[in-house]
Each structure stands twice: as structure tokens, then as C-alpha cells.
Design a protein around this ligand. Structure first.
Ligand code: NAD
Length: 431
């Protein structure tokens, strides 16, 4: 099938590469010429495990191309996927639709023959109707359907998730459109559920899912606070809870609060939509508030452990989670910013996200070339991202390098007993 993807970011690029690998003819469109130039020169613009190999293979086999030209991409396509950003509005926190509306308007004039326009971006309920209206206005005779095709991939596992989806949701108000999109996903038909629903239901499924996951994280974070006060161990509590199949054992890892480009934005957008519709979503509102407060609580915990007014903090991890270079709404960066405001001096290292973090933090902190440089003369070592590289740090070397042997492990990554044995004062989360 001929597929055009508008937006070549954390969703569009892995999706394009994955669809090419399935044998489709893919053209990725982005309005950012520097991205397209790098991709055309064989340079990846994001880090994702397993992406590079598939990218190179499919470029070599000419199954995927990159362009800034909407005309070149859209005119030959059977399906156009929209995967542009829907960032939070700075004041209302609703999903900002300017990129979606621009993409719909820009693509309209190049539609050629029956085409399905499928929105992969996470969009408010009713967006499908708006996209349809915008296209119809610009190109009244176009033969098209607009479909909601929400994306559920996890950053850091994008390629794995593309080939092993839990489910594929197709929100279509036309049977013809639904069948065409189903055809695209035929290779997965035997191993996953492909669910066709109303377009508005599909748009809601994405937000309802992300808000639920965010609540689950916040729930175990609050339980970890309870465990810290009562002498229970949150690991044991999570294990015991997770054995109940109604609860499940996933997403019960306490940490520094959820972050990233999706959960904070999508919970806020959902809450906004509910308020607009006069619906009380008190659980989501409480989750948003509680999660925002958590970054400050983590900074407080680190400062308290450092026992100094102007401590030197060694920071391991800046990405919002392991496996990605993405720093958008990273809990690590929020904690770092809280620490800066409270007079701490910071030196940080991240295996993949240093460049992106530098764009946000500038010279407010020092950047170390490796894990151990971070520890030199530090009053406290703060582990903020769960990179597996950090799991195996040489604790005796760390003890020699640091001024005080104190670790605050916001990801419960280290073996607590080993850290204590190496002479560290160790604080995890909820233990
Ligand atoms: P991103 O910012 O990484 O990429 C968006 C890309 O779209 C950018 O490269 C931008 O230049 C391009 N773009 C914007 N307007 C354009 C236009 N008119 N024409 C061509 N290109 C245009 O965003 P992302 O993280 O890939 O997210 C995209 C959407 O997918 C969002 O709605 C997000 O909520 C959703 N989503 C993201 C993830 C994730 O893990 N990142 C997961 C599921 C869903």
C-alpha cells in the first residue's frame, strides 16, 4: 500500500519505518527541512532501540523516502497518517490543535482518488469532524474519509511495540475506510485484536487509556509514601497487589512522578475536555495535582539527604525514562530545576539525552562525560532515570569519589543491601 505520514517525530518515524518493513511504500513528510535533510543523509533524528537497523535496510530497499513536500507525499497515497504534535496550550493546557489543523489544510489540495486520512496524533474528541470539515472546505470534490487511528507505542520500545501491538483501534464512521486501514494491519491480524469503533469512541479510548495509566502510577507513588511512613516495603506491596489479575503487575513501579510528552499533556487535555463538557473527572484532576507536587517532594528528599545548604548533587539520568533521548516534560529535568532554585550545584550525565537536556537547561548545570565524573566530590548522588547502565555502578569507586556517601535512588534501581554494604546511606522510594 502507498502510505504518506505527516510528521516525522517520535511516532511518525518509527511508524514509517515499521510500515516500510511490512512491505508498504512509505513517504514521510515533515515541515522541518533540517530533519528531512538529516534523514535523507542517512542520519536518524531520534534515538529508539532497533530503529537504525530497520531504517537503513528500508532506505536501501527504497521502501521509505523523506520529503518536505506535501504534494509529493499525499498525491500518490492510499492512506495519509497524521502524526504531528498536539502539545498542551500554555494556559488552558487543552491540546493545541494548530499543527493538526495546518496539516489537514495543507494536505487537502493534493488528495488524488479515494484516500483515507488517519489521525495517529492524540486528539480531542470531535477532531475527526474538524479535520473532515477543513479538508472539505479546501477541496470540496475530494473523495476521502477521516479515521481515528490512535497510537499506543511506548517511547524506548517503539519498534517492539509497532510489531507487537496490544491492540489496534480504528475509529471510522465509514465501512470502506475501516476496511482499508484493516488491510494495512493485515500482518498483525492473527496476533492482535483489531477493534473498529465509532470515531469519537476511538479518540476517547486514547485519552482514557493514558489517563488510567497515569492514575495507576500516581496510585503506587502515593502507596510508596505510605510505605515509607509505616515500615512496609512498596516492592512487596506491589508484588502482592499485582498477583490479583484484576489489578495486574504492570505499572506498579513507584518513582519520581510520571512525565514525558504524553501522560502530563494527555491527562491535562482530558481534564480540560471534561470541564468543557460539564463532567467531573475528579480522579484525573487529583492525579495531575499530585503528580505535579511530586517533583518538588523528590527535590526535597535529595536536599534533606545531602545535609547541606548548597549541596553538590551528582545526577544520573535526564531523559524522561530509559531507552529514549526525549526530555520533554522529563521528571528528571523538573527535579533538577527545583534543585537549582534551591541553591544546589549540579553535575549530570545521561547516556542518550545530554543534547536534548542541554537545549532546555543550558549552562545552569554541568554536564559530565561519564557516570563517575558526576560523582566527584558530590554530597549526594541522585538517580533520576532508570537506565540499566546505572544499575551496575561500581559502588566502591563511587564511595571513593564522593564527598559524602549518600544515594537517593528515585527509580529504586540499585540493590539496597549492596549500597548499604558499600557504606552508603541509601534512600529508595517506598522502602
Ligand atoms: P514530535 O514533536 O516528535 O513530532 C511531530 C513532527 O511533526 C515534528 O517533526 C514536526 O516538525 C512535524 N510537523 C508539525 N506540523 C507539521 C505539518 N503541518 N506538516 C509536516 N510536518 C509537521 O511528536 P511525537 O512525539 O511524534 O507525537 C506526535 C503525536 O503522537 C502527538 O499527538 C502525541 O501525543 C502522539 N503520541 C505520541 C507518543 C510518543 O510516545 N511520543 C505515543 C503515542 C501518541
Amino acid at each position: 500500500m502507498k502510505v504518506a505520514i505527516i510528521g516525522t517525530g517520535y511516532v511518525g518515524l518509527p511508524t514509517g519505518v515499521g510500515l516500510a518493513e511490512l512491505g508498504n511504500e512509505v513517504i514521510c513528510i515533515d515541515r522541518d527541512p533540517s530533519k528531512i535533510e538529516r534523514l535523507n543523509n542517512g542520519i536518524l533524528t531520534i534515538f529508539e532501540d532497533g530503529l537504525e537497523e530497520l531504517f537503513k535496510k528500508n532506505v536501501a530497499q527504497k521502501r521509505i523516502r523523506f520529503t518536505t513536500s506535501m504534494k509529493e507525499g499525499v498525491s500518490a497515497a492510499d492512506i495519509v497518517l497524521i502524526a504531528v504534535g498536539t502539545p498542551p496550550h500554555p494556559i488552558t493546557k487543552e491540546a493545541d490543535m494548530k499543527y493538526i489543523h495546518a496539516a489537514a489544510t495543507e494536505l487537502a489540495e493534493y488528495l488524488n482518488g479515494y484516500t483515507v486520512i488517519a489521525t495517529k496524533s492524540t486528539v480531542p474528541v470531535g477532531t475527526g469532524d474538524d479535520v473532515e470539515t477543513l479538508i472539505r472546505k479546501k477541496n470540496p470534490t475530494a473523495d476521502f474519509d477521516v479515521v481515528s487511528l490512535p497510537e499506543f507505542l511506548r517511547e524506548g520500545y517503539a519498534i517492539h511495540d509497532f510489531f507487537n501491538p496490544d491492540r489496534i483501534i480504528i475509529g471510522a464512521n465509514s465501512e470502506r475506510a475501516c476496511q482499508l486501514v484493516k488491510q494495512l494491519y493485515t500482518p498483525f491480524a492473527d496476533k492482535t485484536t483489531i477493534l473498529c469503533v465509532k470515531r469519537r469512541s476511538s479518540e476517547t479510548i486514547k485519552y482514557a487509556s493514558n489517563a488510567f495509566l497515569a492514575m495507576k502510577i500516581h496510585y503506587i507513588n502515593e502507596m510508596s509514601n505510605f510505605c515509607e511512613k509505616t515500615g512496609a516495603d512498596v516492592f512487596e506491596v506491589a508484588q502482592g497487589m499485582g498477583l490479583d489479575s484484576r489489578i495486574g503487575n504492570k505499572f506498579l513501579n513507584p518513582g519520581p512522578g510520571y512525565g514525558g510528552s504524553c501522560f502530563p499533556k494527555d491527562t491535562n487535555a482530558m481534564a480540560y475536555m471534561a470541564r468543557q463538557n460539564g463532567v467531573n473527572l475528579s480522579l484525573i484532576e487529583a492525579t495531575i495535582k499530585g503528580n505535579e507536587a511530586r517533583y518538588g517532594q523528590m527535590a526535597e528528599k535529595i536536599l534533606k539527604a545531602a545535609k547541606s545548604d548548597s549541596p553538590k548533587v551528582g545526577v544520573l539520568g535526564l531523559a524522561f525514562k530509559n531507552g529514549t533521548d526525549d526530555c520533554r516534560m522529563s521528571p528528571a529535568l523538573s527535579i533538577v530545576q527545583e534543585l537549582i532554585q534551591r541553591n544546589a550545584q549540579l553535575t549530570a550525565f545521561d547516556p542518550k539525552a545530554m543534547d536534548n537536556a542541554r537545549l532546555i537547561l543550558g549552562d545552569k548545570i554541568s554536564y559530565a562525560p561519564d557516570i563517575y565524573e558526576v560523582m566527584k566530590d558530590a554530597d549526594v548522588l541522585a538517580i533520576l532515570t532508570e537506565w540499566s547502565d546505572f544499575k551496575d555502578i561500581d559502588l566502591s569507586k563511587a564511595a571513593e569519589l564522593m564527598k559524602q556517601k549518600v544515594i537517593v535512588d528515585c527509580r529504586n534501581l540499585l540493590n539496597k543491601d549492596q549500597a548499604i554494604e558499600a557504606g552508603f546511606e541509601y534512600q529508595g522510594i517506598g522502602r
